[in-house]
Design a protein around this ligand. Structure first.
Ligand SMILES: [Ca+2]
Ligand SMILES: [Ca+2]
Length: 268
């Protein structure tokens, strides 16, 4: 992984070792941050770049002043996920960004992140109250989207991700992640926008939980039974109302095959 720019009044490389950094971007819980460390989050105006900065509020014994280390986690995360980068670039900016954190120091006064409309949430689970970006961390997170279009980012570990309504952009990151969907009511199935999972990898443990699904047909065409689910490369489809036409779908870019055991049928 690449460490990003150094900033502040002096470099203090030891600071990096106080962080437990996940494989592709999470700040893990294994090493609790000392109280003098504060996590600060930066985003670009378009909310398409997320940076984590750890600021050490102790005075450096040699250089003096306060040092900070910025780690461009976004770059590390998206370096292996070009689909996510491309998809985000096509989406409008979302004004709400919630970032889960293991701990949050309250000794630093008003958080700069709040001025940037980033809302750190202490805990491993969170729900979006309105359309926005919900970013987990290196732990196993439970991420629940709003009824509108959201971006949910699981990062490391095995996350549970449920986008809810709207056309959601979902990315599980590393670990075997569980994506939960609910087939819409038959009468408005055609109006349901498609979700996209940018990094689904069944062989790596990712799973699709679909509430209300009937038979899984594999590559076979719909037979006209309500609730049937079928797969074609890059696309999971359901016929909610039994007219043999797809009226619900999840885009799975890059996925050429889908094993039945990667799908989990759940109650409505
Ligand atoms: Ca949603
Ligand atoms: Ca994950």
């Amino acid at each position: 992984m690449a460490l990003g720019e150094e900033s502040g009044s002096g470099e203090w490389s030891d600071l990096v070792t106080t962080l437990a950094i996940g494989e592709e971007g999470g700040i893990g819980p294994e090493v609790p941050a000392p109280s003098a460390l504060a996590q600060v989050f930066h985003v670009s105006p378009e909310f398409r770049a997320i940076r984590f900065e750890t600021r050490d509020l102790r005075i450096h014994p040699v250089l003096g002043g306060i040092s900070s280390t910025r780690w461009n986690a976004w770059t590390a995360f998206t370096a292996t996920n070009s689909v996510l980068v491309s998809a985000l670039a096509k989406r409008p900016a979302l004004p709400l960004l919630r970032q889960l954190v293991p701990t949050l120091s309250t000794s630093i006064g008003p958080s700069p992140s709040l001025r940037l409309q980033v809302e750190p949430v202490v805990g491993s689970a969170a729900r979006l109250p309105a359309s926005g970006i919900l970013s987990g961390d290196g732990r196993a997170n439970l991420l629940v989207g709003s009824a509108a279009a959201d971006v949910l980012l699981g990062w490391g570990a095995s996350d549970r991700i449920a986008g809810g309504g709207g056309g959601d952009l979902l990315s599980g990151g590393a670990g075997g992640d569980r994506f939960t969907f609910r087939l819409p009511a038959a009468h408005n199935a055609d109006a349901h926008p498609a979700d996209t999972i940018t990094d689904f990898q069944g062989a790596a443990g990712d799973r699709l939980v679909i509430r209300g699904m009937g038979s899984f047909l594999g590559l076979q065409p719909f037979s006209g039974a309500a609730g049937e689910v079928r797969f074609s490369p890059g696309l999971l489809q359901a016929d909610r109302d039994g007219d043999a036409q797809a009226d619900w779908q999840v885009n799975l870019p890059g996925v050429s095959g889908l094993r039945p055991q990667w799908l989990i049928a759940a109650g409505p």
